[in-house]
Design a protein around this ligand. Structure first.
Ligand code: ADP
Ligand code: MG
Length: 596
């Protein structure tokens, strides 16, 4: 019998490999852009036509290639980025599999011009079906230009699978945005069917985020910046009031490589948990830097998924740091610094089993150090104006985003069912009484738990309460903090609690009902990992004691409530993410009338 095994010809092997690497035009965009970044280009131009299926061209002013390299780079496993096994675990550049160009050449026609600084002449090479059709010296600028045309011309089945031009355009733009966002110091241009969509001059990450997302100048972002010896987190997050109804503006990078990680997105979202409405999503761009040996970027062929050796630790770190960045807005927020130091002390034992090289802090294009040239920047003036406005602090913020101490409440009345209408700074506020009170109490209790314990008022006659065994155990674990809220309760014998005092505001409460309700509310959120223990306790007592919507308040109390609400540093939603009020200006009403 004859032998049946034969080695696949290169062109076929490359086509098979291409199936993994090149799924659609956007994959080519990604690979070419990443190669240009790896080649240390400072200017990169992307041109696509017809969703990338007719043409994808990337031109860079990077290091270029020698004559030999210009030929070799199209071979499978051809890479300049890894020479030995250890390099695999220390990879900082994008490439390393050395199969992108070979795969692209297997499924499209390619035309490349490249030249190194030190060479007089460059190389022009044309490849079709993995065969070099042309290779000759050429006059060209330093750098590399690769044009990929007629993608999947030789694989009709793949070509038919491409989606509409607009969908493929969108995918290409997404890849462009990810790379451009990770390298704000690089000049990028993106042209689609002759229209220049982006012209991005080098600038700060914040500016790049603004431009790529098309934010208006009144969009405000909070800076995130936490450096430790093991891991750093840098970037920008949106203010809670600016969270969007749709997802899509969440960008995570690990050592500047874009990653998709719903677990880490979750960490950020939970940091926002009690600050934004339930169905909204915070926008952010965040880069995690850590020693590459703690991340496996090789788990996915197109490398958008990574695996951390300690995912949970990274989750906690991200959540704590983002929360800390948000705490600038929140006076009474949990001091998450403790969370970070706990995290770090835990890390001593895991990350630090051997001397760990520090994260290369210079490797951080996310810092805002780079300067840009205002003259040629088409959108420069916008930024300039924006910065000026911020500095002069004359941006008229809408009331909803502002904390106002001692605001004067001109008129106030109740519409029944716990809806209060108030005139505040010339605007009409329609307020949900129960949610407003929940927010006020929550902030107050957080403050008591974190900063200033409330003193209790002694009861004339101490009372005892009998609890179930499970509740008694829960009570014991919460007791040291319950006392800080002014609730003077102590364990007394088995399953019994003695009450000596209550906070002045709750002095009339039925203590048994209060304690049972508090424990009940605490249990409701017990498994919510997004809330810390302190936040859970504050929320439990607030939920138990907030005024219900059924209660009609006298006008003076309504005014006090509204005043207290606007004095809260964050007041648009209650701690569970439910909207507290709607604002209407006279102009809005006039518009409504004019429309009718
Ligand atoms: P990888 O990026 O994984 O090394 P590729 O197939 O993408 O594999 O590229 C192969 C090699 O070709 C790279 O390692 C690099 O040396 C060279 N190369 C590719 N694109 C460029 C470019 N734009 N400028 C300079 N060299 C490049
Ligand atoms: Mg590559």
């Amino acid at each position: 019998m004859v032998d049946r095994i034969s080695l696949l010809p290169d062109s076929l092997a490359n086509k098979i490999a291409a199936g993994e690497v090149v799924q659609r035009p956007a994959s080519v965009v990604k690979e070419l852009l990443e190669n240009a970044v790896d080649a240390e280009a400072t200017q990169i131009t992307l041109v696509i036509k017809d969703g990338g299926s007719s043409l994808i061209q990337v031109k860079d002013n990077g290091m270029g290639m020698s004559v030999t390299d210009a030929r070799l780079c199209w071979e499978r496993h051809a890479t300049s980025k890894i020479k030995k096994v250890e390099d695999l675990f220390n990879i900082r550049s994008f490439g390393f599999r050395g199969e992108a160009l070979a795969s692209i050449a297997a499924v499209a026609r390619v035309d490349m011009k490249t030249k190194r600084e030190e060479d007089n002449m460059g190389t022009h090479i044309m490849i079709e079906d993995c065969k070099v059709n042309k290779q000759e010296p050429t006059q060209t600028n330093t750098g590399t230009s690769i044009a990929v045309s007629n993608l999947f011309y030789n694989l009709p089945a793949r070509r038919n699978f491409l989606k509409s031009v607009s969908v493929e355009n969108r995918h290409c733009a997404d890849e462009f945005i990810r790379v451009a966002l990770a390298y704000p110091h690089i000049d990028f241009t993106f042209t689609n069917n002759g229209n220049e969509l982006f012209r991005l001059l080098p600038g700060s990450l914040k500016q790049r985020f603004f431009e790529l997302m098309g934010y208006k100048s009144n969009t405000r972002l909070l800076s995130v910046n936490e450096e430790t010896d093991f891991i750093s987190l840098n970037g920008w997050i949106c203010e809670p009031s600016q969270a969007k109804k749709s997802r899509g503006e969440q960008f995570f990078f690990v050592n500047n490589r874009f990653i998709k990680d719903s677990y880490l997105n979750h960490a950020v979202f939970t940091a926002y948990q009690d600050l934004i409405e339930k169905d909204r999503f915070a926008s952010f761009v965040l880069n995690i830097s850590l020693d590459p040996k703690h991340v496996d970027i090789n788990v996915h062929p197109t490398k958008t998924e990574v695996k951390f050796d300690d995912e949970r630790a990274v989750y906690i770190f991200v959540k704590s740091v983002v929360r800390k960045a948000l705490s600038g807005l929140l006076a009474a927020i949990e001091p998450e610094d403790t969370a970070i130091s706990t995290f770090l002390s835990q890390k001593e034992s895991t990350f630090l089993t051997q001397p760990t090289p520090k994260v290369d802090k210079s490797f951080n294009p996310f810092s805002d150090q780079q300067k840009y040239s205002p003259k040629i920047h088409p959108n420069w003036e916008r930024y300039y104006e924006m910065e000026k406005e911020e500095n002069q602090n004359n941006v008229q913020l809408p009331l909803v985003e502002k904390q106002i101490k001692n605001v004067e409440i001109e008129h106030c009345f109740s519409l029944n069912q716990g809806i209060i209408v108030a005139k505040v700074l010339g605007q009409m506020q329609v307020i949900h009484q129960h949610r407003a009170h929940l927010r006020i109490l929550y902030e107050k209790f957080l403050n008591a738990l974190n900063n200033q314990p409330v003193s209790s008022q002694a009861l004339l006659f101490p009372r005892t309460i009998v609890l179930s065994a499970a509740d008694f155990e829960l009570f014991n674990s919460l007791q040291p903090d319950i006392v800080k809220l002014g609730v003077e309760m102590h364990a007394f014998g088995s399953n019994k609690v003695i009450v000596n005092g209550l906070p002045p505001t709750l002095i009339k409460a039925n203590e048994k009902d209060l304690l049972e309700g508090l424990l009940e509310q605490y249990k409701l959120n017990k498994n919510d990992i997004s809330l810390g223990h302190i936040a859970k306790l504050a929320l439990a007592l607030a939920s138990k004691t907030a005024i219900s919507s059924n209660k009609n308040l006298p006008e003076e109390e309504q005014k006090q409530l509204v005043q207290d609400l606007f004095a809260c540093p964050f007041n648009t939603t209650d701690p569970k993410g439910e909207r507290i009020y709607f604002t209407y200006s006279a102009d809005q009403w006039i518009e409504k009338f004019d429309a009718n």
